[in-house]
Structures are given as structure tokens and as C-alpha cells.
Design a protein around this ligand. Sequence first.
Ligand SMILES: *[C@@H]1O[C@H](CO)[C@@H](O)[C@H](O)[C@H]1NC(C)=O
Length: 151
Amino acid sequence: MKISLVLLSFLVLLPLSLQDPNPKVKAPSRAHAELTSYGFPIGLLPLSVKDYYINKTSGDFSLLLHGTCKITLPPDNYLATYSDKVTGRITHGQIAELRGIRVRAFYQWWSITGIRSAGDSLVFEVGVVTAKYPSKNFDESLDCEGTRASS
Ligand SMILES: *[C@@H]1O[C@H](CO)[C@@H](O)[C@H](O)[C@H]1NC(C)=O
């Protein structure tokens, strides 16, 4: 009797311990889950992704959004725009040959050409110039502010 009670409480408690320890950063789509499997936070992508394709051998990917997308990135409120198609090459901790993401800073638009994951930071590459931000700024995937339908 005592043993079965212990067993019962174990079975009841088991699902709890299997739950995601940090439900706030749950990946909203397969593309986001793919991104985390390469060591990047989901907030690099807008919330709504239409489709994506990745060649697991080369890491070449293309990502389709529901039109162009504008996001204000916390905490410094940089304005970022995403083309309706974003392409690049992803390997663990590194995104290269990136096309389709631009950020407005210092009164200019900059095309992000690569992103590296370095410990608790993300290093954004704009050609040979780099800028480093804490990864936790990108823990949450944000919705597009103004979506213009492609087509
Ligand atoms: C994936 O990438 C590999 C290595 O570059 C290449 O040989 C292969 O043809 C690619 N597959 C597709 C379906 O494009």
C-alpha cells in the first residue's frame, strides 16, 4: 500500500519535471526551434514565420515571412526590418552570408551580414564592423509592427 502510494506520487510528479523549465522562451514554430538548436535565441526571428527551408549539410537556409516586417528591438529600441525572404548559412553559433535583415542605427540603415553567438552575447556583423549585445535581449520573439503583404 505504501509502495503504491510512492509510485503513484512519482507518476503524478513525473510530467511536471519533464516540462520546459523556462516556458517563457518556448519556440513558437519549427523555424524558431531550429534556430535554438543552432545555439541562437528565438528573438532573432519575428513571431510569425510562413515557411523555411534548410539544407542540413551545408546550413544554407531560406526563411519566408508573411511580407516585410518591422520590429523595434529592446532595450535600445533599434528599428529592424526583415525582407519577406531572409537567406544565409547557419552552423552552430554562426550565421553567415545573411541577407534580408537591416537595422537602423546612427541615422542610417545597416545590413546585418552575419551573427555570431559568443557566450552570453550575440555579435552582429555589418561587413567588417561588429556590435555586441546580450543574448537575453533576444529571448522573446516579437510580432511584426507593420506587415505589408508580399504579392
Ligand atoms: C545541400 O548542400 C550540399 C553541400 O553543399 C550539396 O551537395 C547538396 O546538393 C545540397 N542539397 C540540396 C537539396 O540543395
